[in-house]
Design a protein. Structure first.
Lengths: 230, 219
C-alpha cells in the first residue's frame, strides 16, 4: 500500500477543518455551561426555600431533564420548536438552548445538595448576628456551598463536553460531523484513514476532559482528607 | 397529535423498547462485573494490573460513548476486526459503564467509617479478613445509590446506539419520523417509553439513597 492511513490527517485542509469543528463544539459547550451554571445556581437557591409549589415545579423540571436522554432532548427541541412554536433556530442554537437547560437542571440539584449540607449552626449564627435572607445566602451559605460543590460542578462540565459529541445528530457542523465527512471523502484513497480520524477526535476529547477530571479528583480528595481530619 | 398514528406505531416501538431493555440489561450486568473486578484490583493494589486499569478508567471516563462506538463500528473493521452493531453497542456500553461502576464501588469502600477499619486492625484481622468482614459488607451497601444512578445513566446512554443504526427506542422513533414526518406523535411515544423504564428506577434510587443515609446516621 502506497498510502499510510495517518496521511489523511495532513491531506489538504483536513486537520484545520477538524480543529475548527472542535472549536464549534467548544463554543457551544462554553455558552451552555456559563448560562446553565448561572440559571442552575439561582434555581438551586430557590429549591431550598420553603415554598411547596416552587419546589414541586423545579423538581419536575429537574426530573424531566434527568429522565429524558440528551439525544431525545435534542430531537424534541429540534423538531418541536419550529413546528409548534414557529421558532426556526439553527442546530447550533438549539444545542445551546438544550444544553443550557440541561446544565441548569443538573446544577440546581448540585447547588441544593451543597446548600443543605452547610452546617445548620452557620445559618443560625448568620441569623443571630442579624443578617437578612439575602445577606445570609450571599455571605454565608453560597460561598461555603460553592466550595463543597466544586468537584461535582467540574464533573458536570466534563459530562457536557462529552455530550457535545451528539451535536452531529441535529446536523451541527461539529468535530464528529466533519470527521465523518472527511472519512467519506477519503475512503477510497485511505481505507485505514477512518482509524486515524476517529482516533484524533477521541484524543481531542480526552485532552480536554482528562485535565478537568484530574482537577475534580484532586479537589475531592483534599475535601475528604479535610473532613477526616476533623 | 393523533392517537391513530400513535396506535399504529406501537408494535414497532414495542420492539425498540424490548431491544433497549435487552441491551441495557447485558450492558449493566457486564459493567457491574467489570466494575467489581476493577474496584477489587484497586482495593488490593495488585501491581501492574492496577496501573493498567487506571489507564482504562481514565480513557473510558473522559471520552464520549459516541466516539467509542464510532471507533468500534467504523475504525475497527479498517484494522480487520468486524463486529455486528449490537455487539459493538454492548462492548461500548460495558467499556463505558465498567469505569463508572468501579468508581461507585471504590467510593463505597472508601466511605466505610475509619473507626471501623481501625477497630478491625486493632483486633488483629488480616488484610483479607478486614476486606471480607468489615469493608466489603459495608462498602457494597454504601455504593448502592451510586450503582442505581449508574444503571439509570447506562440505560439513557443506550439512546446513543442510534448512531450505529441499532433499532432501539430512539432509532425506531427517528426512523418513523424519517418515513412519515409525524414527529410530535413519535417523540411523544419515545419520551413516554423512556419514562416507563426510568421513572420507577428513579423512585427506587431516591428510596435507596434515603435508606443508606438513614443507615449511616443510625450508626
Amino acid at each position: 500500500m502506497a498510502h499510510s492511513g495517518i496521511n489523511v490527517l495532513f491531506e489538504g485542509t483536513n486537520l484545520t477543518r477538524l480543529l475548527l469543528g472542535m472549536w464549534t463544539t467548544f463554543k457551544i459547550a462554553a455558552v451552555a455551561i456559563i448560562i446553565g451554571l448561572i440559571i442552575g445556581i439561582i434555581l438551586g437557591i430557590l429549591r431550598t426555600f420553603h415554598n411547596p409549589i416552587l419546589r414541586f415545579v423545579l423538581r419536575i423540571y429537574l426530573e424531566f431533564f434527568r429522565i429524558v436522554p440528551t439525544v431525545v432532548l435534542l430531537f424534541l427541541f429540534y423538531y418541536i420548536l419550529p413546528r409548534q412554536m414557529n421558532l426556526h433556530m439553527p442546530g447550533t442554537q438549539v444545542a445551546m438552548l438544550v444544553f443550557s437547560l440541561w446544565v441548569a437542571a443538573e446544577m440546581s440539584d448540585i447547588v441544593r445538595g451543597a446548600l443543605i449540607s452547610v452546617p445548620i449552626h452557620q445559618k443560625e449564627s448568620g441569623l443571630a448576628i442579624g443578617l437578612n435572607k439575602f445577606q445570609l445566602y450571599r455571605y454565608v451559605l453560597v460561598p461555603q456551598a460553592v466550595q463543597l460543590e466544586l468537584p461535582a460542578t467540574i464533573n458536570l462540565i466534563t459530562r457536557v463536553i462529552k455530550t457535545t459529541s451528539l451535536l452531529m445528530l441535529i446536523s451541527v457542523m461539529d468535530v464528529v460531523n466533519i470527521g465523518q465527512q472527511i472519512v467519506e471523502a477519503n475512503n477510497q484513497k485511505y481505507p485505514t484513514g477512518v482509524f486515524w480520524i476517529y482516533g484524533l477526535i477521541f484524543l481531542l476529547y480526552f485532552l480536554i476532559d482528562y485535565p478537568l477530571s484530574w482537577w475534580a479528583g484532586r479537589l475531592e480528595k483534599k475535601r475528604l482528607e479535610q473532613t477526616n481530619g476533623e | 397529535m393523533s392517537w391513530e398514528i400513535i396506535k399504529q406505531s406501537l408494535p414497532m416501538f414495542q420492539q425498540g423498547f424490548l431491544l433497549t431493555l435487552y441491551l441495557s440489561l447485558i450492558g449493566i450486568i457486564g459493567s457491574i462485573i467489570v466494575g467489581i473486578i476493577c474496584s477489587l484490583v484497586e482495593y488490593f493494589k495488585i501491581p501492574v494490573l492496577n496501573k493498567i486499569l487506571k489507564v482504562y478508567i481514565e480513557i473510558s471516563r473522559n471520552t464520549p460513548l459516541l466516539i467509542q462506538l464510532f471507533f468500534l463500528y467504523y475504525a475497527f473493521p479498517a484494522m480487520g476486526i468486524k463486529m455486528s452493531a449490537q455487539l459493538c453497542g454492548i462492548i461500548g456500553l460495558i467499556f463505558l459503564g465498567g469505569s463508572y461502576m468501579s468508581a461507585g464501588f471504590s467510593g463505597g469502600f472508601n466511605g466505610v467509617n475509619k473507626k471501623q477499619v481501625e477497630s478491625g486492625k486493632a483486633i488483629g484481622l488480616s488484610r483479607w479478613q478486614l476486606a471480607r468482614y468489615v469493608i466489603f459488607p459495608q462498602g457494597f451497601a454504601l455504593s448502592i445509590p451510586a450503582l442505581a444512578a449508574n444503571i439509570i445513566f447506562l440505560i439513557k446512554e443506550t439512546s446513543i446506539f442510534t448512531v450505529i443504526a441499532i433499532p432501539e427506542l430512539t432509532n425506531t422513533a427517528l426512523d418513523l419520523i424519517g418515513l412519515y414526518y409525524n414527529s410530535n406523535e413519535y417523540l411523544f411515544v419515545l419520551v413516554v417509553a423512556y419514562a416507563i423504564i426510568l421513572i420507577p428506577l428513579s423512585i427506587i434510587l431516591t428510596l435507596l439513597e434515603r435508606r443508606v443515609r438513614y443507615g449511616t446516621f443510625g450508626n
